[in-house]
Structures are given as C-alpha cells and as structure tokens.
Ligand binder design. Structure first.
Ligand SMILES: [Zn+2]
Length: 315
C-alpha cells in the first residue's frame, strides 16, 4: 500500500511569482555577501508565451533610469510587525519630479509595498533552517514592491529591452516546458506526481549523454548547491530510512535489489523503486508489531551511490 501522505491530491500549478520571489531572495543574499548580481529580468515560458518580470536588481536599474530623467524615487520603512513565524514589513515609496536645477521637487505619486518574510527557509534537502538574512530580504522586498508600483509599464519595457540586449535575462525552466519530453512514465503518474518533500510537481528530464533513462525531477531554488531534487533520490532516501529502522544499511538494500531484480537501484524503473520502498516499509511495519519477526538486513560495506551530477541538465 502506498502511504496516503505520499499521494498528492492534485498537481499544483507552477507559481511563477513564488519562484521569482525565491530567486530574488537568492539575489538579495548574494548582494549582501558582495557577489556580483547581473540578472535584471526573469523569463518563464507559460502556455507557449514568454512571461518576463523584473528582478530586484532590475527594479533598481529602473529606479536609476527614472532618476536620470529627473524622477527620483525615495523609500521609507514605515512599519515592522513581528509574529513568531515571520516579520511583516511595510515600506512607502514616493516619486518626486525634480526641477532641472535640482532646487525644487514635486511629489508625483506614492505607493505602499508589503512583504511577509518567514524566519525560516527550506534547504535543498527539504529541511527547514533559520534564515540568517530574513530581515534584509523582507525589508528589501517590501521596498522593491513599493518602488515597482511606481515604475510604470514604459520604464519596465525599456529595462526589459536593455536586459535582453545586455544578456541580463535569466531563463527559468518550468515543469510545463520540461513536460514536453516523451511521456515515458505516463502510466506511472498515478503513483507519485509530486515530490513529497517539496510538494513540487516532477518534470521529466532527459539525460543528454543518454547514460540514464529519462528521470523525474524538479528544480530547487537558486542558491542550492544541488539544482535538482529527483525522484530517485527521494525514493532512495525513503528506502535508506527504512533500512536504518531495520538495523541495516543501503548495501543491504542493494543486495535485495540484486536478488529480486538482478539489477541495481539506479537502473530500476520508477515503478520498481516504488515497489522496493513499499516492500521495505512493510518490513518496518512488521518489525513494529510486537509478535512479528522482522527481517533484519545484514550490514555490509556501502556501495558508491549514483551521483546526481551525472544528470547533466542545465538549471
Ligand atoms: Zn523535492
């Protein structure tokens, strides 16, 4: 039986705005650390259309461009609300028209920007850790939101055109654009369509070298030292946890796979991986029953695990 918690209710839509916000988190963190940030525009493909949005850096560039034209945007933090899980920031941005000699200014427009920033962040492996930069991220993004509302479409278009010319556009692959790969796993999608750790829909990726069959995977936020969370790894983690609960090791799992399938973990189909995981879970469940005699795997020297980097797809 498949654990109900592992079965997604439905595949969640890829949320472009959440992803862009995460990318900006990484950009803000990089700037704090003094790294060079060059992406002005994020570009996604959705239903065959290119969707573009200014990054935090692109918003700054737009504000600079406006200033050169005599329209200055100034920002001011007006409120911080602290809750146990997040800080909420409110920033006001005001746009002034400066006289040519710079001695006079007229307030043209003002706008509020809001941001609720959690104190924690999700790591590549799904664990939640304290975010050391939550305060900066929240404040800067509230200011970004306020300023962005004062830009207007003409300036945004100019910045996007500049970004395209100057190669400052970051193209982001979406699960939808990935899913056009051959539907090799179509009959399996009822098993597990979403990563149970990150709750992200899997996309089918094809190894360029042809060394591996197409595999299911989804992107992790930029800044992760590993760009993908893949199905095989998640299932392997599950199998390892069961092996550990049984007092065994990964090598013992590989031994079982060799006996049953005359194969290795990395060469199993996704269906077979699910089968292995469920089989191990059954053993763990049996062990937890006081009367049942559990099958305990023999510890052995661990095999070299398949390296995720072998899947050479670009992020
Ligand atoms: Zn995942």
């Amino acid at each position: 039986m498949i654990d109900k918690a592992l079965i997604p209710k439905k595949t969640e839509a890829f949320d472009v705005f959440t992803v862009m916000d995460r990318l900006d988190d990484a950009q803000i963190e990089a700037e704090i650390k003094g790294e060079v940030v060059s992406t002005w525009v994020y570009e996604f493909e959705q239903e065959g259309r290119a969707i573009r949005g200014l990054s935090k850096k692109g918003t700054d560039a737009a504000v600079d461009l406006l200033a050169k034209r005599g329209e200055v945007i100034r920002e001011k933090l007006i409120a911080i609300e602290r809750t146990p899980e997040a800080y909420e920031f409110v920033v006001v941005a005001q746009k002034f028209l400066l006289s040519k000699d710079g001695t006079q200014e007229v307030l043209l427009q003002e706008s509020l920007g809001f941001k609720r920033q959690p104190l924690t962040m999700k790591k590549k492996d799904g664990t939640i850790i304290d975010d050391p930069f939550f305060f900066e991220k929240g404040g800067i993004k509230a200011a970004r939101n306020a300023k962005r509302r004062l830009l207007g479409p003409a300036i945004e278009e100019l910045i996007i055109a500049e970004a395209v010319k100057g190669r400052k556009v970051k193209q982001i692959k979406t699960p939808a654009s990935e899913a056009e790969a051959p539907a090799m796993y179509e009959e399996e999608t009822s098993l597990l369509t979403t990563c149970p750790i990150h709750n992200e829909p899997w996309a089918i990726r094809t190894s360029k070298t042809g060394k591996y069959p197409p595999f299911r995977s989804h992107n992790l936020p930029i800044g992760s030292d590993k760009p993908y969370c893949n199905f095989s790894e998640v299932m392997k983690g599950d199998a390892e946890a069961s092996a550990k609960a049984l007092g065994g090791t990964w090598a013992a799992v590989e031994e079982r796979i060799k006996t049953k399938y005359n194969s290795t973990w990395s060469k199993l189909t996704d269906e077979q991986k699910v089968e292995v995981v469920m089989g191990l879970r059954d053993l763990v469940a049996a062990k937890q029953q006081p009367k049942a005699e559990a099958e305990v795997a023999e510890p052995e020297a661990p095999d070299e695990p398949e390296d995720w980097r072998d899947h050479d797809t670009e992020y």
